[in-house]
Design a protein around this ligand. Sequence first.
Ligand SMILES: [Zn+2]
Length: 456
Amino acid sequence: MKKIFLSILYCTAFVPVSSQDMDSAYIKMIYNKALREQQSYGWLEELCLDIGHRLSGSPQAERAVKWADSLMRALKFNVYRQECMVPFWSRGPKEQAWIVTRDNKIEVPILALGGSVATPPEGIKAKIVEVKSFDELDVLGKTGQVRGKIVFFNKIMDPAYINPFEAYGEAVRYRWEGAMRAARHGAAAVVVRSMTTAIDDFPHTGSMGYNDTTLKIPACAISTRAAETLSKFRIGNPDLEFHFIQQPKSGPDVKSYNVIGEIKGTEKPDEIIVVGGHLDSWDVGHGAHDNGTGCVQAIEALHLLKSLNIPLKRTVRVVMFMNEENGGRGGAKFAELARKNKEKIIAAIESDAGGHTPRGFSFKGDARKIEKAMRFRNYFTPYLADLWGPGYGGADINHLEDLGTLLIGFRPDSQRYFDYHHSQNDTFDKVHPRELALGSASMAALIYLLSQYGVE
Ligand SMILES: [Zn+2]
């Protein structure tokens, strides 16, 4: 028996192993290690529970920079920082809001939208104009019915979309443009229905915009359940008013950093593969899914490759981008320096769609490069992560588009993401260690293939 075994061993030892088998073996090693060790989960716990949420320019964001720096040093990456100036905005004391009818005053949960101005200390109390679209707003505005009132954008994030990101894309303009559009018609303030398909009591914040031509009016998000209540109460209550108080402050820009950890490639070190998430978060919850998971997955992806001694022909650069949520300054700075230093960033992967079970990747860029990358897809079928196709890159890496970089969005399952996104509900306990590790592994596997074969 032993003889037979030895002869098989000797025979097979001389059969050349195909590069495909080799690649599959490396990918299997990556998944095995990620699932057995689940290191990113512990790192996420530190980021979420020791530091917590970390809006750009806050002391927690500064602590997160130091944390990422020392973690990647401990993992023996080559670590450095890129300085960037970020906007300063602070929420101030907890917001308060009420639906006020002739004989009732009901308190409802709101959050100031990021970047919003404050109300006067006593708040703004005014009648409500409810609209579901900008067209409706313009019709009412033309007849003077918006002047002095609070515009309530009750646009529902359509639950019929299979991909909730599409519903978000459709509804989020009311959060971003609502105050500008309403101010044009003389509104006093705006209340925006939260960007989620869940009906609950969590308001969801997020960035909003102002322009120079209209008055800056206060804007807040109301929970979906309270939005339904407000809409219902309005019927048959012509005197109904909404009253809210919020006291956020803006200030001069603050110095902050992208944190970078790198391993040089052995054969083509000038060709760089970026993998990243954003280190900042909104100032509620833990910023767990948005985007603690993306940060720890990017770090774990390179750590898996390094600790398994998997050969990397091209350079891999982990980037913790700063200020994705309210300015995108870190992403812009990273691209600016890459351009200035004439770096050849062949591909960039961003994980910023939550830490749920990986489904695949979406690709943006030159059609030939996408086609070449798509050939790697079959490697991911055994791991149920082969839903690949052209699509979105990521808010931070999109700045690299005109450098010819192949932009790659990590695509996890997204059904629950908007239950948490930008709310008090985005906490560490919402992340599952296996799902998180599978994401790190799928990113590491793709990095390995890109590093081995490039994109040309
Ligand atoms: Zn994000």
